[in-house]
Design a protein around this ligand. Structure first.
Ligand SMILES: NC(=O)c1ccc[n+]([C@@H]2O[C@H](COP(=O)([O-])OP(=O)(O)OC[C@H]3O[C@@H](n4cnc5c(N)ncnc54)[C@H](O)[C@@H]3O)[C@@H](O)[C@H]2O)c1
Length: 274
């Protein structure tokens, strides 16, 4: 038996983190697109890792439960990397809320039930959640603590209160940050830690869909006018994940780390200010 990493989402960010942290482990990678999970498994197995692909839909609790049960066949789950998600140009409002908001909340809850003592997790949120205006303390508490099956019934998540897919994505990512805070309290009772990482524009298939989508110019302007002046790479996100998931991060839990080349700073106080 090995220690097991659950990797939700066979994308570039997920693979970069798994390559950084998953040596000596069994990695079970789940993705809605089986071909993506298989491609990551092949690439990593050919680089000396031990990866098994499974089909998994983050928007379904039963699919998440099957994914966890599959992973448990190989040993104790000691790491979670959640890098599955859809972007504003890839999906309608309803799907963004079901996958990015509800699905992430269910995954954190379900893995929190079985995570081994000393276990660690990261979930990929987004700078988008940081750019959105502050919510009320009551709304933040609702996103953090509402039982998962009631989350999508919250008034602030009803269609009449959501302007477009970008707004839905921002709400989902704000929810990820709040959910991680609430979950970290539960994970702490097991000696386990969970954090969020909020990347800016990272070149991946998801970001390339954004560059080529309706908001393409908006995104290109964003990385041109951020202090770093460029988009980031998945391996730079893995640098942060390594800190959070290793012993050096032992005092960090319930936190959200912004890694966006300063785009959010420029949005508030620099040339990206609307
Ligand atoms: N790339 C960026 O610029 C950026 C910025 C901020 C946040 N993020 C977030 O990072 C995460 C990973 O994205 P990425 O950029 O690595 O993209 P990616 O396209 O490389 O990977 C995303 C993966 O998630 C999978 N997926 C989509 N819906 C799913 C579902 N319902 N169930 C299971 N898997 C599903 C896709 O099939 C894909 O393999 C996402 O949550 C995204 O919102 C990305």
């Amino acid at each position: 038996m090995k220690n097991v990493m659950i990797l939700a989402g066979a994308g570039q960010i997920g693979m970069a983190i798994a390559r950084r942290m998953g040596y000596r482990m069994k990695i079970v990678v789940g993705d809605k697109k089986p071909e993506n999970a298989q491609a990551v498994a092949r690439t990593m197995n050919e680089a000396g890792f031990d990866v098994t692909p499974v089909e998994m839909d983050l928007s379904s609790r039963s699919s998440i439960q099957n994914f966890i049960a599959e992973a448990q066949k190989y040993g104790n789950i000691t790491m979670l990397v959640n890098a599955a998600g859809v972007s504003p140009s890839q999906a309608p409002v309803e799907a963004i809320l079901k996958v990015d908001l509800y699905g992430t909340a269910v995954l954190l809850e379900e893995v929190g039930r079985v995570i081994a003592p000393g276990g660690v997790g990261v979930t990929i949120s987004s700078q988008s959640g940081h750019r959105m205006k502050q919510l009320t303390p009551e709304e933040d508490a609702q996103l953090a603590c509402t039982p998962t099956e009631n989350l999508l019934k919250l008034p602030l998540l009803q269609p009449e209160n959501i302007r477009d897919t970008l707004h839905a994505y921002q709400l989902a990512k704000r929810c990820n940050e709040k959910r991680v805070m609430a979950e970290s309290v539960k994970w702490g009772t097991k000696g386990a830690r969970i954090n969020a990482i909020s990347p800016g524009i990272i070149v991946t298939p998801l970001a390339i869909d954004e560059f080529n989508g309706a908001r393409g110019e908006f995104y290109k302007n964003m990385f041109a006018k951020c202090p770093a002046g460029r988009p980031g790479t998945a391996d730079e996100v893995a640098n942060v994940a390594e800190l959070l998931m290793s012993e050096k991060g032992a005092f960090i839990t319930g936190a959200d780390f912004l890694i966006d080349g300063g785009a959010t700073a420029s949005y508030f106080y620099g040339p990206l200010k609307p």
